[in-house]
Design a protein around this ligand. Structure first.
Ligand SMILES: Nc1ncnc2c1ncn2[C@@H]1O[C@H](COP(=O)(O)OP(=O)(O)OP(=O)(O)O)[C@@H](O)[C@H]1O
Ligand SMILES: Nc1ccn([C@@H]2O[C@H](COP(=O)(O)O)[C@@H](O)[C@H]2O)c(=O)n1
Ligand SMILES: [Mg+2]
Length: 207
């Protein structure tokens, strides 16, 4: 019997949708998640989905959730999981790739548990960009991308949320042996040397 394209067969022979490969990219605000994701995309064929970028696009689109999301971002707070997960699911479906870097998600235990429950996807592994606050603060204050949350007051709130809510998620995956901790305080190219070594050579783009 033939199989449905892009699907596996379950025990009873019915088609089971094949889950995409997902790598969660975590780290404090300004640790360099977006910068490194862009380089991974260039070299390893992943699609980069930044939860923060999707939420900012949702504000711009004039969505009914826009004002709520804008207020949460301005305060450095975490938007309810159902909103962010819907955006991630839609972006994955629309894209069609089967390998995704999910950047800045899960940000708390609620994000983590809800994503697993709703999508049935477990990350293949987790990149954790580890960087001292002093360095992250310096980077954010000179980022100049016009982000409403790149001001010292909001940055301090984001650091607190990261320590209290996001680090426990990193620890959760660490206990499962899934975390690659990377020294993100080094220059961009040196960080990427470490990142490159984590991705299997067989995934490397061949020109
Ligand atoms: N290794 C590095 N050394 C110096 N500057 C860096 C490094 N990595 C990134 N930067 C710079 O720091 C700023 C923040 O980087 P980036 O936007 O990638 O961080 P992020 O982790 O995605 O932050 P956020 O969580 O706020 O989205 C950018 O201006 C970027 O160019
Ligand atoms: N899972 C997430 C991710 C982000 N947010 C909100 O967006 C802000 C910016 O996120 P970046 O990853 O681009 O820094 C973040 O401070 C949160 O307010 C979220 O709620 N949930
Ligand atoms: Mg980012």
């Amino acid at each position: 019997m033939g199989t449905v394209e892009g699907a596996n067969q379950g025990a009873n022979g019915s088609a089971v949708e094949k889950k995409p490969t997902v790598v969660f990219v975590l780290g404090g605000p300004g640790s360099g998640k977006g910068t490194q994701c862009a380089k991974i995309v260039e070299n390893f064929g992943y699609t980069h989905l930044s939860a923060g970028d999707l939420l900012r696009a949702e504000i711009k689109s004039g969505s009914e959730n826009g004002t709520m999301i804008q207020n949460m971002i301005q305060e450095g707070k975490i938007v309810p999981s159902e909103v962010t997960i819907k955006l991630l699911e839609r972006a994955m479906q629309e894209n069609g790739n089967d390998k995704f870097l999910i950047d800045g998600f899960p940000r708390n235990e609620e994000n983590r548990a809800a994503f697993e429950k709703v999508t049935g996807i477990e990350p293949t592994f987790v990149l954790f960009f580890d960087c001292p606050e002093q360095e992250m603060e310096k980077r954010l204050l000179s980022r100049n991308q016009g982000r409403v949350d790149d001001n010292i007051e909001t940055i301090r709130k984001r650091f607190r949320v990261f320590m209290e809510s996001s680090l426990p998620v990193v620890n959760y995956y660490d206990a499962k042996g899934k975390v690659h901790k990377i020294d993100a305080a080094k220059p961009i190219e040196e960080v990427f040397e470490t990142v490159k070594a984590i991705f299997s050579p067989k995934n490397e783009k061949v020109d």
